[in-house]
Design a protein around this ligand. Structure first.
Ligand code: AGP
Length: 596
């Protein structure tokens, strides 16, 4: 996720472009850049945050420009990979938010036609296509270029000698700000509130041409669109959270797009042939901390179920001190930040032991990417809230894909089975949307736990890690003591704790453990502990053994951890909000634990 701004008006563009861009820094902050049309196209960009760019900013004179703050998805954070990108003749500057899935093929074609590339990014192909397709009209050239692109984009372009800012969007947001003698375009309203609250939201497939005195909106087929402006009443802070009360809620609701962006480009490349996944290993070990460890636990079930390859788990903080059997597993390290000290130490230890290593991380260029042989990037975008939400479900996506790749490369997954799994994964964004649409019912269910001192979360098999994660979410943002437990283990001791004031959240999916789970719920109910069950939305039996039921869409059991995780994230969020907790920055915690 990146932030982009465009301006055309009577002010010096640089002031507007930097000020507006600062309000988008929560969307990405590993590099930034600006381009202003003057006597020539003036471009200044660098690795690091906007404040650093400001310190080295030369005098840029001109009243038309674009700016960009980056969250790297393709190409590590660096000056060369920072936006804007300029064509070979220095005529166009372009900024982009999104993922160009077919950038490798496009780059090869453009290089064969003599284009010289200066970055590792997917975005740069766009400015070279623009140069090729320009025949006098920037808007037409951009639309022609975008026809060749597979993927997602919000893009803004300026051309030397023109007062136009040309923009287009597909699956990434763009909004137009309407001023007097000036107009703006930006990734979201946050950037515009200092200048105007009169905006036009662009829809998917639309493009726009803005100048100081005009705004023209076009639909996908190039026809003009007339739309009433919206008067926005948000404060800047409201807008940063997209109108949500907290970043956590916003990031939970970004789950569908985070899943979509993570699968984009990864689901098709199941069979690559040149990955360590295709090498000859007989077991897998997954290492992580915290929520990432819970994702790793789900990963164990996925890899063993899909590929039959034995898979073990270790906490990163334990692995580095363990004896280390003589085995040489493929080691997968899971870390959304890529900076967790224990996980970094584990990566170095695994390499020292001679294991091949692969990291699943959400941050391009993070330290862990330099400590492993291969990286699988999730594309959840920046996660501001300390509690992991969208990054957790994108880690699960990564583990489904890796399970499929391991299964396929080890001959344990037929083409038909692979196709079925792919199709179910492609539907996950929609299934998560259905869970989000049930948010009101989940919020109501907080009646059962908001005043509890202790809560049990119980589950079995692939949803045992899910209940551990659900308990962690509740603990870390509502400060209610919660314990995730294997349901089959309750009778071996913890049952002694149950009482009418201790609610039990039970994951009860109609899979091979269903009957046993029903028996567990009966045991719990016999101790008068109130039961909140989570099961398929067509399960009519659950309400006879639970005080309240939250339903999820009926996906295959192997995919239920994703939907239940989102359900429990919302349950924890609404409980913490009812308790008036800070939520985004819980006491004593940090987003990335870079100390051991
Ligand atoms: C989860 O909500 C916590 N923020 C924490 O457990 C986190 O998952 C853990 O510190 C690991 O972080 P990482 O994924 O960045 O390595």
């Amino acid at each position: 996720m990146c932030g982009i701004v465009g301006y055309s008006g009577s002010r010096q563009a640089v002031e507007v472009l930097i000020d507006a861009l600062k309000r988008l820094e929560y969307r990405g902050y590993d590099s930034a850049g600006i381009a202003v049309c003057g006597k020539e196209l003036q471009v200044h960009k660098d690795k690091g945050e906007i404040a650093g760019l400001e310190e080295t900013l030369p005098m840029l004179k001109g009243t038309v420009g674009i700016s960009h703050t980056r969250w790297a998805t393709c190409g590590r954070p660096s000056k060369n990979n920072a936006h804007p990108f300029v064509d070979c003749r220095g005529k166009f500057a372009l900024v982009h938010n999104g993922i160009i899935e077919n950038h490798i093929a496009l780059r090869k074609e453009l290089q064969a036609r003599g284009h010289k590339f200066t970055s590792e990014t997917d975005t740069e192909v766009l400015v070279h296509l623009l140069e090729e397709n320009f025949k006098g009209d920037t808007h037409e050239a951009l639309l022609e270029s975008l026809k060749k692109v597979k993927g997602t984009y919000a893009v803004a372009v300026i051309r030397l000698g023109s007062k136009e800012v040309v923009a287009a969007r597909k699956e990434n947001p763009l909004v137009i700000g309407l001023g007097v003698g000036e107009n703006f375009v930006a990734s979201d309203v946050t950037a515009l509130l200092n200048y105007t609250n009169n905006v036009l939201y662009m829809m998917d497939g639309e493009s726009a041409v803005i100048t100081p005195g005009s705004v023209k909106l076009f639909n996908e087929s190039g026809g003009r669109v007339e739309r009433e402006p919206t008067l926005v009443s948000w404060t800047v802070e409201d807008a940063e959270k997209g109108g949500f009360d907290h970043f956590m809620l916003k990031e939970i609701f970004e789950g569908p797009s985070a899943i979509h962006n993570t699968l984009l480009g990864n689901l098709n490349e199941i069979v690559t042939g040149d990955s360590i996944i295709d090498s000859n290993f007989s077991s897998v070990k997954i290492i992580a901390c915290g929520s990432s460890y819970h994702a790793a636990m789900v990963g164990k079930y996925l890899i063993e179920t899909i590929s039959s390859i034995p898979t073990t788990l270790e906490f990163a903080s334990e692995y580095r001190y363990s004896s280390g059997a003589k085995e040489m597993p493929l080691v997968i390290l899971v870390s959304q930040s890529g900076e967790t000290a224990d996980t970094l130490a584990a990566a170095r230890e695994a390499r020292r032991r001679g294991c091949q290593t692969l990291a699943i991380t959400n941050v391009v260029g993070s330290t862990i990417t330099r400590e492993v042989d291969e990286v699988f990037y999730t594309h959840a975008g920046p996660e501001i809230c300390v509690a992991a939400t969208k990054t957790y479900i994108t880690q699960l996506m990564a583990l489904y894909v890796l399970g499929m790749r391991i299964g396929h490369s080890h001959g344990a997954l037929s083409h038909d089975a692979l196709r079925l799994l792919r199709s179910e994964l492609r539907s996950m964004p929609q299934y998560v949307r259905e869970v989000l649409e049930n948010a009101a019912a989940i919020e109501e269910a907080t009646d059962m736990i908001v005043n509890a001192r202790d809560v049990f979360f119980i589950g079995r098999n692939i949803n045992y890690p899910t209940v551990l994660e659900g308990a962690l979410k509740l603990k870390e943002i509502s400060y209610i003591h919660a314990e995730g437990y294997a349901a089959g283990e309750l009778k071996h001791g913890p049952l002694a704790l149950l009482n009418p004031d201790m609610p039990v959240v039970a994951v009860c999916i109609r899979d091979h453990t269903y009957e046993k789970m029903l028996a567990n719920l009966t045991e719990v109910a016999a101790r008068d502990s109130p039961v909140l069950a989570i099961g398929y939305d067509d399960d009519t039996e659950l309400s006879s053994v639970a005080n309240r039921v939250i339903g999820i869409p009926k996906v295959k059991p192997i995919f239920t951890p994703v939907l239940i995780a989102v359900t429990l994230q919302l349950l924890a969020y609404y409980t913490a909000r009812r308790k008036g907790c800070p939520i985004d920055k819980p006491r004593n915690l940090a987003k990335s634990v870079t100390v051991e």
